[in-house]
Design a protein around this ligand. Structure first.
Ligand code: ZN
Length: 352
């Protein structure tokens, strides 16, 4: 079971959270920010475990306790030992219920397939928070993709944030903080999450998706250290297509000056995926060309080192110029330019 202290690659955020727990300083509202797919919601659920676990001082508080931590201390004294504030056990019924998202004192607002977080959901939070918790001392709510709140929802939430009931915790999770109302942001304790170091990301991807190490390393690099994005990407066929893309690039580059072979991808989504891959490829070649040591990142060229050799013949300016053209094609097909046309134009961008 995932626990706060075991979360990988987010040491700073985890340390900050455990410190606040150890100091008995639980905030009423948190804002977890940072890129998509780096473990923010996971961390939010882990924080909920810390509060709802039956074996932490938080979990030992009773809902009738007077004062935030009075009951826990009284219980500890009665038991004749001290408990630490943080350190969910991962085995009790509280922890297991959070893990299964089946704890009656934990509410999760998740977007699923909808476009916005609607006001009725925020009203529900208000309603739940006005009641005493059922099984613990805490009422906790996690709002995923908090940036999807519309104006009405945000204003309703603001009212809850302004007058939080004593033992209530709201955790807003977002990878688009800029879309939140400044007044909402200012009411929350912000915890920033970052892209994971590649090694950590690759390990998580490998263990979660049960794929081989080489593919996991590739995806860790390709997503810049976002296991969530990598796991989504496995659903697409990038792992299968990347060899094909690299072979095509090799043909185009080794044929410089001659008639370029066709790209022959007409499916819009597939072509967009190819272009995305090419951008990462060129970015990496440019970084290498600029003199940075990219040995660690060259995993993207694994099995196709000849492509890297050919790309190294370009100057940095040329690489950026090719990249700019590819970005242009990508925006064009997103703007409904015929993908067959875009695809036929693609090979020519490599001739500088
Ligand atoms: Zn527990």
């Amino acid at each position: 079971m995932e626990l706060l202290r075991n979360i990988r690659g987010q040491q700073k955020a985890v340390k900050f959270l455990t410190n606040t727990l150890s100091a008995d300083r639980v905030a009423n509202s948190y804002l977890f920010t940072g890129p998509a797919g780096v473990g923010k919601t996971l961390a939010a659920r882990c924080l909920a475990k810390e509060l709802l676990c039956e074996n932490t001082s938080f979990g030992k508080q009773t809902r009738n306790a007077s004062g935030l931590f009075g009951a826990a201390h009284a219980l500890d004294e009665a038991a004749g030992h001290e408990t630490i504030a943080s350190g969910a056990c991962g085995t009790c019924s509280g922890c297991r219920k959070v893990e299964n998202m089946a704890h009656p004192d934990l509410l999760l607002v998740t977007k699923e397939d909808r476009q916005s977080v609607v006001i009725s959901e925020i009203r529900k939070i208000k309603e739940v928070f006005s009641l005493k918790p059922f099984e613990s001392a805490w009422n906790i709510c996690i709002i995923e993709d908090a940036h999807l709140m519309n104006a009405a929802s945000s204003n309703a939430l603001l009212k809850v944030l302004e007058e939080p009931p004593g033992k209530s915790v709201i955790i807003l999770v977002t990878h688009k903080k800029e879309l939140l109302l400044p007044t909402v942001i200012s009411r929350c304790l912000e915890i920033r999450f970052n892209f994971l170091p590649f090694e950590d990301a690759a390990d998580i991807i490998k263990n979660t998706a049960e794929i081989d190490e080489k593919d996991a390393e590739f995806l860790a690099f390709y997503t810049n250290g976002s296991p969530g994005a990598a796991l989504e990407m496995i659903e697409s066929d990038i792992l299968v297509r990347k060899d094909d893309i690299l072979s095509k690039v090799f043909k185009i580059l080794s044929n410089k000056g001659g008639i370029s072979p066709a790209w022959d991808v007409e499916d819009r989504a597939e072509l967009a995926g190819d272009l995305e891959f090419l951008i990462v490829l060129l970015r990496n070649a440019a970084v290498g060309r600029a003199g940075f040591n990219t040995a660690k990142y060259d995993v993207i060229f694994k099995g196709h080192e000849d492509v890297l050799t050919l790309l190294k013949k370009y100057s940095i300016d040329e690489l950026y110029s090719v990249m700019a053209k590819i970005i242009g094609i990508k925006s064009a097909i997103e703007g409904n330019v015929n993908s067959k046309l875009a695809s036929s134009y693609l090979p020519s961008v490599f001739s500088c």
